[in-house]
Design a protein around this ligand. Structure first.
Ligand SMILES: Nc1ccn([C@@H]2O[C@H](COP(=O)(O)OP(=O)(O)OP(=O)(O)O)[C@@H](O)[C@H]2O)c(=O)n1
Ligand SMILES: C[C@](O)(CO)[C@H](O)COP(=O)(O)O
Length: 239
């Protein structure tokens, strides 16, 4: 990574599928809340110069306190998010000053520094990149009656993750176009794809899970313990 990077961490969702009273990004993972693990990853990266954190309006104050408590010196703003993930990203992007920006889900605390680096290097070559892994299952398209209507060729199917990395001006412009058109996508690549710009896939990791449902929590605990053991043995790099 040669450029200076900003990061928008989106954490303004309500975690409906997790079903807990407390939104999932605030649940404890080992010794710290999930969101704190995520913030730590980017705080440690030399190429990252600024982090903008987007959270629910009611959580801004406690997150500002966490930023002080944990000493996240790169966090330049804690902002209230919007109704959809895309709105939260757009709010965060407007507060970024760096030439390059990553968008990352606050609930993906297990991405490795190596994968983030691959994503950023791919973006620096191609303007826009996302982490992704090839799907392992056969994927079917199914209609409302539960009947299979198509089996897409698995060789062309990838499960998309974050971070997603872009030249800041390209992504901000794409978000502004999407807002003007009333378009809502489920990731930032979709917002950029609709402008005609190309988005390149960088090799992700199956362990970069998005904590979404209760089943993901023990899996995340296991992956974190494994990662910590590898770090202690010097098998992986933190930066
Ligand atoms: N209006 C929203 C909705 C989502 N997110 C964030 O986008 C990421 C990915 O979204 P998802 O896993 O779908 O989170 P939730 O929307 O919280 O979950 P659910 O769909 O189960 O309600 C999460 O870090 C979430 O906090 C956000 O910042 N603003
Ligand atoms: C951006 C994303 O993490 C890519 O997998 C995902 O699309 C966002 O969350 P959601 O579960 O689709 O709302």
């Amino acid at each position: 990574m040669v450029a200076n990077w900003g990061v928008v961490i989106v954490a303004a969702g309500s975690g409906t599928r997790m079903g807990t009273k407390e939104s999932k990004q605030y649940l404890q993972l080992a010794d710290k809340p999930i969101l704190v693990h995520t913030l730590e990853l980017f705080e440690r990266m030399d190429a990252v110069k600024e982090t903008v954190l987007v959270v629910g309006a009611d959580d801004v104050k406690r997150c500002q306190e966490w930023v002080s408590h944990y000493g996240f010196a790169k966090v330049t703003a804690v902002l209230a998010g919007g109704k959809e993930r895309q709105h939260s990203v757009h709010i965060g992007l407007k507060a970024i000053t760096a030439e390059w920006v990553m968008v990352h889900d606050g609930v993906r605390p297990l991405v490795s520094a190596e994968a983030v680096q691959r994503c950023c290097e791919t973006a620096e070559r191609s303007e826009a990149a996302v982490l992704a892994v090839p799907v392992k299952d056969t994927i079917k398209q199914v209609d409302e009656a539960g009947v299979i209507t198509a089996t897409p060729d698995r060789r062309s199917l990838w499960a998309i993750q974050t971070p997603q990395a872009f030249r800041h001006a390209l992504l901000l412009d794409a978000h502004e176009q999407a807002e003007a058109a009333g378009f809502i996508g489920t990731d930032d690549a979709m917002v950029v794809e609709r402008t005609g710009a190309k988005v390149t896939v960088a090799e992700g990791e199956y362990t970069n899970i998005k904590i979404t449902t209760p089943d993901d929590l023990p899996w995340a605990e296991f992956l974190l313990a494994k990662r910590r053991a590898e770090l202690a043995e010097g098998k992986v790099d933190q930066k």
